[in-house]
Design a protein around this ligand. Sequence first.
Ligand SMILES: [Zn+2]
Length: 79
Amino acid sequence: MDDQIDCGDALLQLSAFLDGELTDENRLAIADHLNRCAPCDGARHFEGELRTVIQDRCREEVPDDLRQRILAAIADDAK
Ligand SMILES: [Zn+2]
């Protein structure tokens, strides 16, 4: 089993990870990566906070391009 994922994989699956939509194997792989990778862990907190803000304000959408740009900037830092 290959549990080594890179930052791109981690960020791609971050949304599903936070939604609890991953298989146990994938979830553990992401969690393991987040523990070892500060930039991705930061992205996890960012996503989590974003969701909290959205829920608190009962807003349906954050502009997707803004979200993608921030995630891309974080992923870029990880290189
Ligand atoms: Zn990473």
